[in-house]
Design a protein around this ligand. Structure first.
Ligand code: DC
Length: 235
């Protein structure tokens, strides 16, 4: 199978991560959760009492930070590590969700994480999801997807996900968190969430999970085939 980069951007909670993971699995690609990286930085800043308006504290904290992903052999799922510690569960909690957009709006944080993300994707064969993947991290990605879904659908799905992890959270609280994050992510100065003109848009409100995965996988396979025949004709 040929190697391309698949960039999946979109609003909070519209199923980007689980879709991206399933697409990567189908194609035998690596999945990279860029949101987990912003969440890990947020946790690191909270643990170290970093003042978000102090560039020196931010610079120092970013230097003492290592984010890695490792496969959990028991679940087969990829988990996020911060300085060698598994933080996968902690970074999904509401205290991080309510702070992460503020941290993700900081220029130096974005500069550092974008560089790391570009290194992770340099050999292609990756599916990366986030807010600026098609616009900033991989502007030359062969396939760009912009995912959306209505707010209530997103909140209900997120509530179910949290419940499956044992966290009972009020639907209104989740709705407020999602719309507040959408607002900050779309209006920030540093690489705001936008739908780039060469992205295909998928509204998942009325699609099943398998349908949304299949749409992206099919599109990816078409592009891979095209690239192969182009390479074949120009040998
Ligand atoms: O995908 P997520 O909900 O786990 O992302 C958490 C936050 O991180 C999100 O509110 C915005 C930010 N983010 C970003 O600014 N750029 C990315 N590429 C990924 C996430």
């Amino acid at each position: 199978m040929g190697k391309i980069v698949i960039a999946i951007d979109g609003y909070s909670g519209c199923g980007k991560s689980s879709t991206a993971k399933a697409v990567a699995k189908d194609l035998g690609y690596t999945y990279i959760d860029s949101g987990a990286m912003y969440r890990a930085v947020t946790l690191h800043f909270l643990n170290n009492f970093v003042t978000l308006t102090n560039p020196h504290e931010i610079e120092k904290a970013l230097k003492s930070l290592e984010i890695t992903f490792h496969l959990n052999p028991e679940t087969g799922k990829q988990e996020t590590y911060l300085n060698g510690l598994n933080v996968e569960r902690e970074i999904r909690k509401m205290n991080i969700s309510s702070k992460v957009s503020e941290v993700a709006a900081i220029k130096d944080v974005r500069k550092e994480l974008v560089a790391q993300q570009q290194r992770l994707g340099k050999n292609k064969a990756v599916v990366m999801d986030g807010r600026d993947i098609g616009s900033v991290v991989f502007p030359n990605a062969e396939l760009k997807v912009f995912m959306s879904a209505d707010l209530l659908t997103r909140a209900e799905r997120r509530q179910q996900e949290l419940l499956e992890k044992g966290d009972i959270v009020d639907l209104e609280e989740i709705k407020n968190n999602l719309s507040e994050r959408d607002r900050i992510d779309s209006s920030r100065k540093e690489s705001p969430l936008i739908k780039v003109s060469d992205a295909i848009e998928i509204d998942t409100s009325n699609l099943t999970f398998d349908e949304q995965v299949a749409q992206i996988v099919n599109k990816a396979k078409q592009i891979i085939e095209k690239e192969k025949s182009y390479a074949g004709n120009h040998r």
